[in-house]
Design a protein. Structure first.
Length: 503
């Protein structure tokens, strides 16, 4: 895409020329290193004003019936559907995703809007029997207040949609801070929401959805404000280690989606062809830059050779290059720092007794001097050494062999992160053991399917250093609301609970 085509695309997505120039936040494309925009950062004082506006919006929005709020996300879903191709392309240009993955990400936004629309009629509490005669107990879920959504570069559109669609039907205004590495995709997604709000009319209060542009200072203003009862933050474990305690110190709620170190166990009862396809998609898709990317392959000794005989040729045939070109499966890393981190991890792996089986080298450096393309790498490790236990956000897969399933599961769980996991096996006993209480310790555990590419209908998130929270589908909406327990006495007596007689 040349400069003019990019300009037209941004205009199509509602990102205006004046907001793309003259600011201090320089946005670059990982495809060729070209500068895409100079965005204006929101001054921290303006972030506080945005929070204030959101508080005012909350007072009105919480009174709008939930199914009416659902109508707004229905319109947002329509806008996203209509703009799918354009927003998908912005994601490709800015985050380096191949076209299919850029489109898939926008589809996640459409899907969560439809989910949230249905949810808007199902924000149910329970009715609970009382121990006292003539009494009834019930629960209600009420709107919580402004929700801050802080996202990462690798899912610059969908993660905002997961949070905002649910927050909005739950009665909460949203303030979005996209990653400073991919704010244009965030803006494009946000503009679709603004168009939906315009169509929804004056039932939407001013300040219902706001975006702030910037980095640490803007995030800190959101994290520290007592007027923001929920902070949903996606990013590194290092970031979460700071955000978590700061939100807790003011008794706020948080949803943290942090690092993953996702593994696949391949047993002798696996369908190896299927396993290979799943490995390739989940280890090299998005150039290994998903929090759900496959990073560790734990293979039974008996099938190690047969698996490698299929996997290595599959890796060899991968087309690495411009993500906008048809046939490309692996786009660029986000920046030089990501490339350096991958090289460091490969060196560390070698230093820790590992052997590089393929990949790891930079390609297309002559065509794109300021962009970082690498061949996906596999390193065979003698054991789960330090480098294997840390998350490197790149297409670097560690291979380890095991003898018996108990050992494989122990190895699987012996990392600080706990996001996603999977087993390839057609043996019922192996599968059920992996899914049991003493199996995978992750928030997501899959069978005969890779660890990445989760559907929006399930709760998404992980344990341990991944943060322990859930977002997206299932009952994750409950975190965006406050629960009240109501005890109603319709008798003429005033019996006390626990059989207490008083006076
Ligand atoms: C992320 O990488 O932050 O399950 C989110 C997946 C996607 C979402 C990933 N649906 O891979």
């Amino acid at each position: 895409m040349n400069h003019d085509e990019r300009t037209r695309l941004f205009e199509d997505c509602g990102i205006r020329a004046e907001e793309r120039s003259g600011g201090s936040l320089r946005v670059r494309s990982p495809i060729d290193g070209a500068e895409l925009a100079q965005l204006h950062e929101t001054p921290p004082a303006a972030v506080l004003q945005a929070i204030d506006r959101a508080q005012h919006a909350f007072i009105r929005w919480r009174e709008v019936p939930a199914p009416v709020r659902g109508e707004l996300v229905r319109l947002w879903g329509e806008e996203l559907r209509q703009a799918k191709a354009s927003i998908g392309r912005v994601i490709s240009i800015e985050a380096g995703k191949i076209v299919q993955e850029g489109l898939g990400e926008v589809q996640e936004g459409v899907d969560i809007c439809e989910f949230a629309l249905g949810l808007s009629r199902q924000l149910h509490g329970r009715t609970i029997v009382s121990e006292r005669p003539g009494h009834r107990i019930m629960e209600q879920y009420h709107p919580l207040g402004p929700v801050a959504v802080i996202t990462a570069f690798n899912f610059p559109s969908a993660v905002f949609a997961w949070n905002a669609a649910i927050a909005l039907v739950c009665g909460d205004p949203v303030i979005f801070k996209p990653s400073e590495k991919a704010p244009l995709s965030g803006l494009a997604t946000f503009r679709a929401l603004e168009r939906a709000i315009a169509r929804f009319g004056d039932r939407a209060p001013a300040g219902l959805a706001q975006i702030v542009i910037g980095g640490r200072a803007q995030a800190e203003a959101l994290v520290d404000s007592p007027l923001v009862p929920l902070v949903s933050a996606t990013g590194s474990t290092r970031m979460g280690r700071e955000v978590g305690p700061r939100v807790a110190a003011r008794f706020g709620r948080r949803i943290l989606e942090l690092g993953g170190n996702n593994a696949m166990i391949v047993t002798p009862a696996a369908d190896l062809d299927m396993a290979v396809r799943a490995i390739v998609f989940s280890a090299v898709g998005t150039a290994g830059q998903r929090c759900t990317s496959l990073r560790r392959l734990i293979v039974h000794r008996e099938v190690r050779e047969a698996l490698l005989a299929r996997l290595l040729p599959a890796y060899e045939s991968l087309r690495v290059g411009d993500p906008m070109e048809e046939g490309t499966l692996v786009g660029p890393l986000i920046d030089a720092a990501a490339f350096d981190a991958m090289q460091r991890a490969i060196d560390d792996a070698k230093g820790q007794g590992g052997r590089l089986l393929c990949g790891g080298d930079r390609v297309h450096a002559e065509r794109f001097a300021d962009a970082y393309y690498v061949r996906p790498a596999i390193a065979e490790m003698p054991s789960q050494t330090e480098v294997v236990r840390r998350e490197t956000f790149a297409p670097l897969l560690y291979l380890m062999a095991y003898e018996d399933l108990a050992q494989a599961i122990a190895l699987h769980n012996d990392v600080p992160q706990g996001l996603s996991s999977c087993i390839f096996s057609n043996d019922l006993r192996e599968v059920e053991r992996f899914l049991s209480a003493s199996g995978s310790d992750c928030g997501m555990a899959n069978v005969n399917i890779g660890p990445s590419g989760a559907e929006i209908g399930g709760a998404f998130g992980g344990e341990k250093e991944t943060g322990g929270d859930r977002e997206s589908g299932s009952d994750a909406w409950k975190q965006y609301m406050r629960r009240t327990t109501n005890t109603i006495n319709f008798s003429t007596e005033l019996p006390l609970a626990q059989g207490i007689r008083f006076g």
